[in-house]
Design a protein around this ligand. Sequence first.
Ligand code: UD1
Length: 369
Amino acid sequence: MTKRIILIVGARPNFMKAAPLLKQLQLHSDKFEASLIHTGQHYDYELSQLFFEQLKMKPPDIFLGVGSGSHAYQTAQIMMRLEELLIEKKPDLVIVFGDVNSTMAGAIVAAKLCIGVAHVEAGLRSFDNTMPEEINRIVTDRLSQYLFVTEASGKRNLMHEGVPDENIYLVGNIMIDSLINSLSPADGSDILDRLGLRPGEYATLTLHRPSNVDDKSVLEDLLIVLGKVGMKTPVVFPCHPRTMKNLTEFGLSGKYNKDALRIIEPLGYLDFLKLQKESRFVLTDSGGIQEETTYLGIPCLTLRNNTERPVTVEAGSNTVTAIDPAKIYEAIDQILDGSYKSGTAPELWDGNTAERIVNIIIKELCDIS
Ligand code: UD1
């Protein structure tokens, strides 16, 4: 008998994690009936539909359309709508990805209905509960039976929290499966021509964490530092809607050097991959971009006080500079004079993570029944 599996996604960083897994499950249609629920946490074309098109992912089977709101409102809306659906569909397993509100909401609803939960990208910890994502990670992991881990620190963290060893699977990084599959189509992107950029002569910036963009004075200080960085190496900034909205609301839109810091609309997956790959360096507060730059060997400066992805610092090309100007300028000097560290890709970040996960699910769900 085929097993019913529901994958739940909602926000931009989920889509490149779900795409390879969905495709791999579809290869085993004799064993699984896999469907995709999109909560609608992200709904703008550039943050959602464009990714489905570029990742060649089938459109969601069900779109919940919850939209934006406070954390409690958004999470509650997702839970209410998912509960009805999961009661109706009675899946054998629910799979959630990463650390967004849709991830935690999916895990809570499934667990309360006694449906097994698999968490892809389990075990990461920043040990900073002021990050909404940290709370989402802790709750989701606590409720999951299958914890698929990207790096060794994830396994250590889960074991410290008392998760049984047999529930933890170090499978590598599924986002790197998507990256590897998309490198050649991304090479066909004309984003550099469109922006008049030459490989290696610019830096890429992303910024969307509430701690960096929700407070006017923090954001203003950051713009000053980034403007100075841009005097040495021009900075291109595909701007998240949350950040764009705050720049306007805080009256900061005109208050930075537009030659040094160039704000553009959010980019699709392939354009962003190309932009990232050809950058001299990347500045970011995103988790996924710390990992992508590590795989690509591009220097990455993380504009946060911590990272839940320590392997990107220990083995990879990432440095946590926070928003400390001295640390940022020092790292950039090293990058520009060639003395910055060169990293390597961590164990199992090899493009085969989805296959490893599906083999485990087959063994656990199909072979024993
Ligand atoms: C969410 C995730 C974050 C992830 C990020 C990637 C949580 C808690 N946060 O943050 O972990 O790194 O996605 O982008 O789940 N908005 C739009 N269009 C959209 C979606 C949002 O304009 O399609 C704007 C709205 O003003 C909204 C704001 O962005 O209020 C924030 O959206 P939300 O989904 O709450 O969080 P993100 O900041 O996107």
